[in-house]
Structure formats: structure tokens, C-alpha cells
Design a binder for this molecule. Structure first.
Ligand SMILES: CC(C)(COP(=O)(O)OP(=O)(O)OC[C@H]1O[C@@H](n2cnc3c(N)ncnc32)[C@H](O)[C@@H]1OP(=O)(O)O)[C@@H](O)C(=O)NCCC(=O)NCCS
Length: 190
């Protein structure tokens, strides 16, 4: 077991427990309605695909039900890793579960020698002040003045110590950018 609180535990997600895998798939469908559009089969395929090699962690409540999930990736020969997805059940948000999952993922990546954790979040729905803008003109100034709505996940990453370090302009269409946040994980004071 990697981490324990009185309310939930965080462990690597293996492939053995079919009911747990299905529970995580249900969680992803709820947490990412635009990605999965109710397609539990697709969510389950993703969960199963990333279960090996300790690339994902699950948070479970005291009855064993999944309440959160994080998937991280480490690219060979690189000293940075990336949070690919992190999800917490809507009824368990703003209780520290997301932060605990990200910190547990950071711990695993630090152990294998990673120095920096990245997180990439897109804005396809106008939830940041960069939406709709041509960011190629003056990206440093725009990044310095970044702001987002309360329902955009960039706010979560900023709150737990990540900083906006760059963006991929127009990744999802004109004015719909991908934002990259990062945090040094060699000292975990986030
Ligand atoms: C983003 C998400 C994982 C956050 O999980 P969570 O368990 O609610 O986060 P935590 O409770 O650990 O929050 C840690 C801190 O960030 C703050 N926070 C959480 N979400 C926030 C948001 N969207 N904007 C600003 N701050 C936020 C919390 O209030 C808390 O602040 P505190 O330290 O002052 O108490 C969750 O909202 C979620 O599953 N969203 C849908 C999926 C998603 O968008 N994932 C991220 C992209 S991959």
C-alpha cells in the first residue's frame, strides 16, 4: 500500500480485480463526459490498458469503492513525467483526494529518477482567458496574465503548486490551446 488516510487508500491499479476496473471506468465516464460521452466500454478499455506497469493509481473509500484515479506517464530517457489524467468522483471533490493522487504519482516518478512532473490541460470551451486568442503574438505576456474559471482543471494544478510553463497554440482548433503546467518534484513541498 502506498498511502493511507482515515477516509481512503491509494494503491497501484492492477488488472486482477474486474469489479474495481469497472468501477474506475464508471468513474471516468462521470468525470470526463466530453471524452467518453457515456461509453463505459471505451473507458474500461483505457483503464485496462493502463493498469499494467503501475502506470495508474486508484483511491478507494473505506468500503473499497473507487473515488479517484490518476494515470501518469514517463518517457524513456527523459527526466520529466506527465500526469495524463486525474479524476475524482464529483461527490468526493474538494476533499484533498486529487492532490493526494497527484502527490502519490509524483512519488512514484521521483523514485525512478524523474525531476519534473508535467500536466497538460486543454481549453476547448472558453474556460480560460486565452480562449479564442492568437497566442503566437506575445505568449510570455499572455502566460503571465493567465486566469481560468473555477471549473477548469488548471486552477487545481495551480493550487497544488504547478506553474504554467507553456502552451501548444491552437491544438484543438483556432484559439483552443493546450496548456502545460509543471512542478519540480525533487522536493515535494507542494
Ligand atoms: C480536477 C480534480 C481532479 C480535482 O480533484 P479534487 O479532489 O477536487 O482536488 P483537491 O480537493 O485535492 O484540491 C486541492 C486544492 O485545489 C483546489 N481545487 C480543486 N479543484 C479546483 C479547481 N477546478 N479550480 C481551482 N482550485 C481547485 C481545492 O479547493 C484545494 O484547495 P485547498 O488546498 O485550498 O483546499 C477534480 O475536480 C476532477 O476530477 N475533475 C474532472 C476531471 C478533470 O478535469 N481532471 C483534470 C484534467 S486531467
Amino acid at each position: 500500500m502506498m498511502a493511507h488516510t482515515s477516509l481512503y487508500t491509494v494503491d497501484p491499479l492492477g488488472q486482477e480485480d474486474a469489479a474495481l476496473l469497472r468501477g474506475v471506468a464508471d468513474l471516468l465516464v462521470i468525470a470526463f463526459p466530453t471524452i467518453y460521452a457515456g461509453n463505459v466500454t471505451q473507458a474500461l478499455a483505457d483503464v485496462v490498458q493502463f493498469a499494467p506497469e503501475d502506470r495508474s493509481l486508484v483511491a478507494r473509500d473505506s468500503e473499497g469503492a473507487p473515488i479517484g484515479w490518476v494515470r501518469m506517464e514517463h518517457f524513456k530517457k527523459q527526466s520529466s513525467a506527465e500526469i495524463k489524467l486525474v479524476a475524482v468522483h464529483p461527490t468526493r471533490r474538494r476533499q484533498g483526494v486529487g492532490r493526494t493522487l497527484v502527490m502519490a504519482a509524483e512519488e512514484r516518478m521521483r523514485i525512478i529518477g524523474c525531476v519534473t512532473m508535467l500536466a497538460t490541460v486543454g481549453d476547448t470551451r472558453g474556460r480560460t482567458n486565452l480562449y479564442g486568442m492568437d497566442v503566437t503574438e506575445d505568449a510570455p505576456r499572455l502566460l503571465a496574465n493567465f486566469a481560468c474559471h473555477a471549473d477548469h482543471p488548471a486552477g487545481f494544478f495551480l493550487k497544488i503548486g504547478y506553474r504554467l510553463v507553456g502552451l501548444l497554440p491552437d491544438a484543438y482548433g483556432p484559439g483552443k490551446h493546450d496548456l502545460t503546467l509543471a512542478r519540480r518534484i525533487t522536493h515535494n513541498e507542494g
